[in-house]
Design a protein around this ligand. Structure first.
Ligand code: G3H
Ligand code: ZN
Length: 284
């Protein structure tokens, strides 16, 4: 069933695992991620960035595509459709009205008081519709679509506590050294801050930039209250690699099903591996 993130993340936090957010880029990504979740018996969060939403036609197209596949594939595991890095109240409202079950309002680049005001406004509308809300503090490095992180800024635990108390968000993404896209060298995650933020806010924490984080860091983050981990680049790399291989081996191939089908398999295997690593397999 289509659900918000609230219950899945609270359960994950209580039971010491994390639910993956896997970003949608097109039909094949959506198919692969839903199939992986069903085969792994794992809850799953389908992340949709504003750019990817535009690419696929719009938020309504995304919701209808997901609902259609869930019916055709007879999906039984909990699925959330989540706006990733929502940039404005209008964008979150549009996603909510199109049928998204969860939104992220990313006002992390605004001054703190503006972040609180904007996030509160989104929470008010979202909760009226049973939709969950994620907010962010600090700066995630790297770039993803329209979201450019200028350097890395660690979230401030005082601000985290205040933001959660004043807005009523369901989960929080404190930037603590993670990066969108591939890492240059080993990530240096702020585990001390993560522990403090988790203790002081009480809400499930979200780790952005899940691609390229070593398993030991993933496990440590989960043990310190991280209950949602976002992955996009790793699936994109797996898919592009497969397309390159298949087309190189078959220079005369032109039917997209013949190269996108294998790419879809590669995404599915990658997602299944992440679900096992995050401990969400068998938890649906
Ligand atoms: O919001 C999406 C994620 O943070 C994706 O990060 O592309 O580095 O896996 P990633
Ligand atoms: Zn992100």
């Amino acid at each position: 069933p289509l659900v918000s993130m609230t219950e899945m993340l609270n359960r994950a936090k209580e039971n010491g695992y994390a639910v993956g957010q896997f970003n949608l880029n097109n039909l094949e990504f959506t198919q692969a991620i839903l199939q992986a979740a069903e085969e792994e018996k794992s809850p799953v969060i389908l992340g949709v960035s504003e750019g990817a939403g535009r690419y696929m036609g719009g938020f309504k197209t995304v919701v209808n595509m997901v609902k259609g596949l869930m019916e055709d594939y007879k999906i039984t595991v909990p699925v959330a459709i989540h706006l990733d890095h929502g940039s404005s109240f209008e964008s979150c409202a549009k996603a909510i009205h199109a049928g998204f079950t969860s939104v992220m309002i990313d006002a992390s680049h605004h001054p703190f008081e503006e972040n609180v005001a904007l996030t509160s406004k989104v929470v008010e509308l979202a909760h009226l519709h049973g939709v969950s809300v994620e907010a962010e503090l600090g700066v995630v490095g790297g770039q993803e679509d329209d979201v450019v992180g200028e350097g890395i800024i660690y979230a401030d635990p005082n601000e985290c506590e205040e933001l959660v108390k004043r807005t009523g968000i369901d989960c929080l993404a404190p930037a603590l050294g993670s990066v969108h896209g591939p890492y240059k060298g080993e990530p240096n995650l702020g585990f001390k801050e993560m522990e403090e933020i988790s203790n002081r806010t009480g809400v499930p924490l979200v780790l952005h930039g899940g691609t390229g984080i070593p398993t030991k860091d993933i496990q440590r983050a989960i043990s310190l209250g991280t209950a949602k981990i976002n992955v996009n680049t790793e699936n994109q790399i797996a898919s592009a690699k497969r397309v390159r291989e298949v087309l190189a081996e078959n220079p005369d191939m032109y039917d997209p099903r013949k190269y996108l089908g294998p790419a879809r398999e590669a995404i599915k295997e990658t997602v299944k591996g992440k679900m096992r690593e995050f401990g969400s397999s068998g938890k649906a």
